[in-house]
Design a protein around this ligand. Structure first.
Ligand code: ZN
Length: 230
């Protein structure tokens, strides 16, 4: 495998002249993130339409745009099930925000949340191989503490499928190198990263998610390719 972690975070960021999300779509995205931060759930289409003073049809259309751009995924009945980096249903990756548990889609998404919010946060998870508890304290740019200290990430990216289907179940915490190797042997296409390497990837993907403008499609896949091929 090529050495990882050699690219600077700056080299992974999207250049300024790339297409941006339309302002009304961006406004909906921001409302969804704020709702999940405040309540852990996504409001109904009707509530969103009332809040943003628009029609249900517009909200549906903007949700479709956000899904196509890989900022969210919807369940069979159209409800938002995943709003990267957050899941609207319980996952093993818990980030405590203002004293409330919020669920991340995967371990890398969890690590991106402190930089996204500009806050030091506690998070917890389970080793995907032995179910041992894992606890982290993470500030933007820094893993402050990890228990156990040998905690690592195992990750997979499959760009042919949406991340929530192909990758999230295989982007997990593990308690150390031994269980990283065990998991990687079990699931094809995965490999282990140190917490510091994973934090760099996570911040490149999520660090700018709450800025004034965001790209017309979520930059996750390209970032990953650059890192992998570095
Ligand atoms: Zn383990």
């Amino acid at each position: 495998m090529a050495p990882m972690g050699t690219s600077s975070p700056e080299s992974l960021r999207v250049s300024r002249d790339e297409a941006r999300l339309a302002p009304r779509v961006h406004r909906l995205h921001r409302s969804l993130i704020e709702a999940v931060l405040a309540t852990g759930t996504v409001p109904s289409v009707q509530e969103l339409a009332a809040r943003l003073e628009t029609t249900d049809a517009s909200i549906h259309s903007e949700l479709t745009t956000l899904a196509a751009a890989d900022y969210l995924a919807r369940g069979d009945s159209g409800q938002v099930s995943c709003l990267y980096p957050f899941s609207t249903t319980r996952t093993p990756h818990i980030v405590v925000i203002d004293g409330q548990p919020r669920f991340a889609m995967c371990s890398i998404d969890a690590l991106g949340i402190p930089a996204m919010l500009g806050q030091e946060l506690e998070m917890s998870g389970r080793c995907a191989a032995c179910d041992a508890p894992i606890a982290l304290r993470v500030a933007p740019g820094t893993i402050l503490t990890a228990t156990p200290p040998e905690t690592m990430i195992v990750a997979r990216r499959d760009e042919a499928e949406p991340a929530f289907a192909a990758c999230c179940p295989f982007t997990v915490f593990v308690c150390g190198q031994e269980h990283a190797d065990a998991f990687a042997r079990r699931v094809a296409g995965t490999h282990a990263l140190s917490l510091a390497e994973a934090l760099t990837h996570a911040e490149a993907i999520f660090g700018d998610l709450l800025t004034e403008e965001i790209p017309a499609s979520r930059p996750r896949g390209r970032h990953w390719r650059q890192v992998r091929d570095a």
